[in-house]
Design a protein around this ligand. Structure first.
Ligand SMILES: [Mn+2]
Length: 332
């Protein structure tokens, strides 16, 4: 039986959006499919409500693979002058205010009431009106409920975007965050005209040659601990750039070390920006890696988290892998 309790949408969130005129749409830095899904869906939804959406997307933040989601969203990034005039900022999928993908962070939105809608249980609860539900698969699932509550018609474009967000954050409806409600929402999105085949082709089966080269690097650099429970891989600055890729192309390649049988914790170390080592952590078999990521000032979810440390890949691996092994040993 499904015993998951969901947080109801807070009335303050609904009234803030209903009263808004110009709404900044804000996600997290290095936006993923869920993030671009909610920005695009809300851009369509707000236009249908007669409001002006102002998506914040600093130049160069969208991964090439996800650009199709910007096209379906039909939006252009707002200028800093437009953002400064917004009366509401709808911040979605973003656990901490310092992670907002805005040049100048929230100070660049001086007139805006901050509305925080998110599914990260680690959300720091910043802002003026909040709807946080850690039991939701994705922010896309929440924005579906939000648009329904705002009586916005779910068009095929909105449905396609939200389906992509849920599909991506649930690992194709296969991760522990997949709930009966996420499957129901997916079915409703399909009924509303979501283009499932084309979206999943774009998300899962259309590697560009340079992204494929990056995967070869990640496969080649994958290591497994002696006990087989910890796996990691690396991609340093030169490897990423020699493959023809940039920092934004690091996305879910941590799925490669994660895919080895018996692995409980997987980590990808990448140096998209010289000297800044980004870590993507994944936990399986009920092992939360959030506390591990937090040891390195990171955050995220219990099964998927991230952190950034200064240094070289070698230095950071030498620090983090023993900590990850100790973390695993403590838990079994
Ligand atoms: Mn998400």
């Amino acid at each position: 039986m499904n015993t998951i309790q969901h947080e109801p949408i807070s009335p303050e969130v609904l009234s803030a959006i209903r009263a808004a005129r110009r709404v900044a749409l804000v996600g997290h830095v290095t936006p993923d499919a869920d993030c671009l899904a909610v920005i695009g869906a809300m851009a369509h939804g707000l236009r249908a409500m007669g409001k002006q959406p102002a998506p914040s997307m600093p130049a160069g933040s969208v991964a090439e693979k996800l650009r199709f989601m910007v096209d379906i969203g039909g939006w252009q990034p707002a200028s800093s002058a437009e953002l400064a005039e917004c009366d509401v900022a709808l911040v979605m999928d973003t656990a901490k205010d310092k992670r907002v993908n805005v040049d100048g962070k929230l100070e660049a939105l001086p007139k805006a009431k901050i509305v925080n809608v998110d599914h990260h249980s680690s959300n720091t609860r910043f802002g003026d009106a909040l709807w946080i539900d850690g039991a939701r698969s994705s922010s896309a699932e929440m924005v579906y409920e939000l648009l329904k509550a705002l009586e916005v018609k779910i068009t095929p474009q909105i449905a396609t975007l939200l389906y992509a967000g849920i599909h991506s954050d649930t690992g194709g409806f296969s991760l522990p965050n997949t709930t009966p409600r996420s499957l129901e929402v997916a079915a409703e999105l399909s009924l509303a005209g979501a283009d499932i085949v084309d979206t999943c082709e774009q998300l899962c089966r259309s590697q560009t040659p340079h992204l494929f080269n990056l995967l070869k690097v990640v496969y080649g650099n994958t290591r497994v601990s002696e006990d087989g429970r910890l796996s990691w891989s690396t991609a340093n600055y030169n490897e990423i750039h020699d493959a023809g890729c940039v920092a934004e192309d690091i996305d879910d390649q941590v799925e490669i070390p994660r895919s080895i049988r018996g692995v409980t914790i997987a980590v990808l170390f990448s140096e998209g920006v010289k000297g800044k080592i980004r870590m993507n952590f994944r936990g399986d078999r009920g092992c939360s890696i959030l506390e591990l990521a937090q040891q390195f000032h990171g955050g995220g979810h219990s099964q998927a988290a991230g952190a950034i440390l200064d240094g070289t890949i070698e230095q950071v691996v030498a620090k983090v892998i023993p900590a990850a092994q100790a973390y695993l040993n403590e838990r079994s």
